[in-house]
Write a protein that binds this ligand. Structure first.
Ligand SMILES: Nc1ncnc2c1ncn2[C@@H]1O[C@H](COP(=O)(O)OP(=O)(O)O)[C@@H](O)[C@H]1O
Ligand SMILES: [Mg+2]
Length: 277
């Protein structure tokens, strides 16, 4: 099964998306971005800048206040979300907490989406699930329960499950959260290899600068003060910029005051950035 509806359409296109919960004022207004085939795209920003909220709109969990989301050319929220089910099968998601089913072994976890969404035979499902586990370096761990493997292995298994339906696109929310630096670097390498070898596009939500510089091809930086995208491009190039100050501060792990060339906290800036980790 192919994860794409139309070879020409980009994996993700977001047009004039306004992100808001209920009646509350918008968190982000009219943002636009595209994730291209085969690229690792970063959605960056300090805590509370709206990274996870954008993701929820893009993967069909929360309806946007306004704007459109196209997944491989399919308008996700058209017809009151009527395309949601078609679209959901062409991307995989690894949520912030990893979220494997604790009562199932790894093989069963990876098999789940195929059992639920395809009419593949039990045998074909098992073969495919073993293959996905081998792609993430977990051959030999098929019958392990999630609690018996390390945090890094759990993340790999969750990626294997996200690969179950052969999507052309995978979303990861804070993939390295809770991992030590070495495990985190291994996970980065895996993501890079999957993008290269399988031609997968990745949408990665993160505030881990090291990981961004290692694997992200292109990124947007969200800013909660302007409720929008404050910078977009190759993160290594963005890091060389000194303007605007928030961008320099984010990529150089500085306080905003320092990036502006002002003194520390008492520098008189009324505009404080979100916490920059
Ligand atoms: N389910 C929700 N209901 C209402 N407000 C929310 C909800 N989830 C997040 N928010 C608010 O949206 C803003 C952005 O949060 P979030 O998208 O989690 O940011 P990030 O992932 O960048 O840390 C925050 O002010 C947060 O309090
Ligand atoms: Mg988040």
């Amino acid at each position: 099964m192919s994860g794409t509806f139309d070879g020409q359409a980009p994996p993700v296109e977001v047009r004039d998306l306004t992100v808001a919960y209920g009646e509350a004022p918008p968190i982000l207004e009219k943002i636009n971005f595209r994730i291209r085939a085969g690229e690792i795209f970063g959605i960056l920003g300090g805590s509370g800048s709206g990274k996870s909220s954008v993701l929820r709109n893009v993967i069909g969990l929360v309806r946007p206040r306004a704007g459109r989301v196209f997944i491989f050319g399919q308008d996700l929220w058209a017809d009151d979300g009527g395309h949601l089910n078609d679209c959901r099968r062409c991307f995989g998601v690894m949520y912030q907490a990893g979220a494997l089913f604790g009562s199932m072994n790894l093989l069963e976890n990876v098999s789940m989406p195929m059992r639920e969404f395809t009419d593949m035979s039990a045998e074909a499902i098992e073969t495919a699930a073993r293959l996905k586990l081998s792609l993430v370096g977990l051959s030999g761990y098929e019958y392990y329960m999630p609690a018996r493997i390390s945090g890094g292995m759990q993340k790999r298994a969750a990626i294997a499950r996200a690969l179950a339906l052969d999507p052309g696109l995978i979303f990861l929310d804070e993939p390295s959260a809770g991992l030590d630096p070495i495990t985190s670097a291994g996970l980065d390498q895996l993501i890079k290899t999957l993008a290269k070898n399988l031609g997968l596009a990745f949408g990665v939500v993160t505030h881990e600068l090291g990981s961004v510089m290692n694997i992200v091809d292109r990124a947007i930086l969200l800013d909660k003060e302007i409720k929008g995208i404050v910078a977009e491009g190759d993160p290594r190039e963005l890091a060389r910029r000194s303007e605007p100050p928030y961008v320099a501060a984010f990529f150089n792990r500085q306080s905003l005051e320092k990036a502006k060339g002002e003194g520390p906290a008492e520098g008189g800036s009324k505009r404080r950035p979100g916490r920059i980790e």
